[in-house]
Design a protein. Structure first.
Length: 215
């Protein structure tokens, strides 16, 4: 008698959210998804995982025109907002894609190809039973490190104290990653303060930055 093997679905690190789309957003999705989208084989220097509404990504790409940025975001209003702003600012070095970032890395990002990976304010999944859904896990840290060139940076930020400790421990124990600082990094001036981060600051939650280099 044959046994049926169950295929284990990958644990998702995000929870899809619905949001209202304005007319501007509908227009951006309809017109700009192809123009500013990602095609396998496209050059990527900086990968932004979870770009939200795109505020930080937009400013960092605008200030760094010599490198190509790819923003990965599954929240449709965030994708649409960033597309519209890319067109408005006339940026030629920033693309957007709405897929699972880990699947993208496994399938379409060559090893040793990235200058940097940014993971800013991912879902902290604060309940203990949900910790397995956190993006920064040992296996995922290894995957992201593999995509970095030697000397490339993995830069994470969170306003959740528990997740900050989790990230620090996980990345400290990851092979081929070395902390650039003694613990948390000073807040870098090149990372813009977004509305999301400002709300955390107003609520008394001080964000923590972690910057690790591929060794």
């Amino acid at each position: 008698m044959k046994t049926i093997e169950r295929v284990r679905k990958p644990i998702r690190t995000y929870h899809p959210r619905r949001g209202r789309l304005s007319g501007r957003h509908f227009d951006a999705l309809e017109r700009l998804t192809t123009a500013y989208g990602f095609t396998p084989g496209d050059r990527v220097d900086v990968l932004e995982i979870g770009s939200g509404m795109g505020e930080a990504t937009l400013e960092m790409a605008a200030a760094d025109p010599g490198r190509r940025y790819l923003a990965v975001e599954i929240h449709t209003p965030g994708v649409a907002n960033l597309l519209a702003n890319i067109e408005q600012r006339g940026l030629a070095n920033l693309s957007v894609v709405s897929v699972d970032a880990l699947d993208l890395c496994r399938e379409h990002i060559p090893d040793g190809s990235l200058d940097a990976v940014h993971v800013f304010f991912p879902d902290p999944w604060p309940k203990a039973r949900h910790h397995k859904r956190r993006l920064i896990q040992p296996a995922n840290a290894g995957l992201l490190a593999a995509k970095l060139r030697t000397g490339g940076l993995l830069h994470c930020a969170t306003d959740d104290a528990g997740y900050a400790e989790w990230m620090l421990e996980t990345l400290t124990n990851a092979a081929n990653l070395t902390n650039r600082h003694d613990g948390y990094a000073p807040r870098p001036s090149h990372r813009p303060v977004t509305k999301f981060e400002q709300r955390a600051l107003d609520a008394g939650r001080a964000p923590a930055d972690l910057i690790f280099v591929k060794s």
